[in-house]
Design a protein around this ligand. Structure first.
Ligand code: XLS
Ligand code: NI
Ligand code: NI
Length: 435
């Protein structure tokens, strides 16, 4: 029986672009086939348990604003009520996936043995609900940043007992993810970094983090977990400096510790912005290295300079992100996780539903625009044309010669390159036809 939390909100339907119903999809039509695949199978949407159900609406200047019947989240009864409501929402939205941190789904009770027991109990409960609803787990992860024990880092903590607690915590979360058939396991190291170099041995911390991640991979193989291990880059916040700064930094780290074939990236729109990049830059960087795993979809406020985790509502940005994802062949184990929260004044259950409806619709619209650009082929043709010179034998053989041979040819042939337009405005105008 429904809890009544969502009152009379009914299952959200696709009504098409002309619909004026605020709680209907105008673009997200799960069964519509785009480039040979159902929209739902392209986008693989997931709800983030932490923002939608655990967050209480606090900010640095004020306490909770969201009064939910399952707050405070300090006992198992309320943890189960929270799970009940979560599955009601997945059903209303038709969301195929969800994601969690251990601390979002179980009460925080203190020592490791208690955390383990409550995690096992709640994931058994969630597992039963998954059987009934068909909603699946995109990824699980450990929250190793909220509790005070993690204030100096998890695997990078100067105290080896914290490293041990982190290892045991991640083991329990991979076990739970595996039990629930999760398709990925994520590590985001919010406090794997530093506040000041004055008290930080960066080399030692990076070595510990590298070994820790190798242990995660070894354990995954040991238990036969088939999902992908993903790390999530972010430059700072809560740390002043986070070691997993951006995609390129993570890729360098993974190569250094021999993990480039084992670990991929979970890229978040807002984190890309914080790192001074665009989202498509981060995606293209991962794609170029074969390391695109999954995405956390949200949007940052461009003025505030912190991770505001708003629901996406900018079609051109989203379209270019999916353009690079589609060009790379689309998601395999990954998906589109709404790592996004409503604003603290959006206190109604309806706000929570509307936020997801809008986010799903923007992503669907972006996906359709991206697919249309790929099918039209204009960007690809312009790119091929721009690099066409490199298809000649002379150009290719240059790459296996050396500076002196090239110089001899420049002199012999009197090579004197003529600049060509990069056509940026023409290409931007082209994109605007689709978004
Ligand atoms: C925080 C991160 C976090 C991860 C999961 O900024 O985005 O939510 O996705 O730990
Ligand atoms: Ni984030
Ligand atoms: Ni995230």
């Amino acid at each position: 029986m429904a809890s009544g939390f969502f009152q009379e909100i009914e299952k959200i339907r696709y009504e098409g672009e002309d619909s004026k119903n605020p709680l209907a999809f105008r673009h997200y039509n799960p069964d519509e086939v785009i480039m040979g695949k159902r929209m739902e199978d392209h986008l693989r949407f997931a709800v983030a348990w932490w923002h939608s159900f655990a967050w209480e609406g606090g900010d640095p200047f004020g306490g909770p604003t969201l009064e939910r019947p399952w707050h405070p989240q300090d006992d198992m009864g309320r943890a189960k009520m929270k799970a009940d409501i979560a599955f009601e929402m997945f059903d209303i939205l038709g969301q195929p996936y969800f994601c969690w941190h251990d601390a979002d789904i179980r009460p925080e009770q203190g020592n490791y043995a208690d955390n383990l027991r409550t995690l096992e109990e709640i994931t058994d409960y969630i597992g039963e609900k998954m059987q009934v609803s068909g909603t699946k787990l995109l990824w699980g992860t450990a929250n190793m940043f909220s509790h005070r024990r993690w204030m100096g880092g998890a695997s990078t903590n100067p105290d080896p007992d914290v490293f041990a607690f982190a290892a045991a915590t991640v083991k329990s979360c991979i076990d739970a993810t595996h039990k629930l058939g999760g398709e990925n396991y994520v590590l985001w190291g919010g406090r794997e970094g530093y506040e000041t170099l004055l008290n930080t041995d960066m080399g030692a911390e990076l070595d510990h983090m590298g070994r820790f991640l190798n242990m995660v991979v070894e354990y995954k193989h040991k238990i036969g977990f088939k999902g992908a291990i993903l790390v999530e880059p972010k430059p700072q916040e809560p740390s002043k400096h986070q070691y997993d700064y951006d995609a390129a930094t993570c890729i360098g780290f993974l190569r250094k510790y021999g993990l480039e074939d084992e670990v991929k990236l979970n890229l978040e729109q807002g984190h890309a912005i914080l790192a001074g990049h665009s989202f498509e830059h981060e995606i293209a960087t991962a794609v170029a290295e074969g390391m695109l795993g999954s995405i956390d979809m949200n949007r940052n406020d461009y003025q505030s300079g912190w991770d505001t985790d708003q629901f996406p509502n900018n079609t051109p940005e989203v379209a270019l992100a999916y353009y690079h994802i589609l060009k790379a062949g689309g998601f395999t184990t990954g998906g589109t996780n709404f790592d996004a929260k409503i604003r603290r004044q959006s206190i109604d259950a309806e706000d929570l539903i509307a936020a997801h409806v809008g986010g799903m619709d923007i992503c669907a619209r972006g996906l359709k625009a991206a697919a249309a650009m790929i099918e039209d082929g204009g960007l690809e043709a312009a790119l091929e044309d721009r690099y066409a010179g490199w298809s000649s034998d002379t150009a290719q053989s240059m790459l296996s010669s050396g500076l002196d041979e090239i110089t001899a040819r420049v002199l012999a042939e009197d090579i004197n390159p003529q600049p060509r337009s990069g056509q940026q405005e023409i290409l931007e105008n082209y994109v605007n036809r689709f978004v």
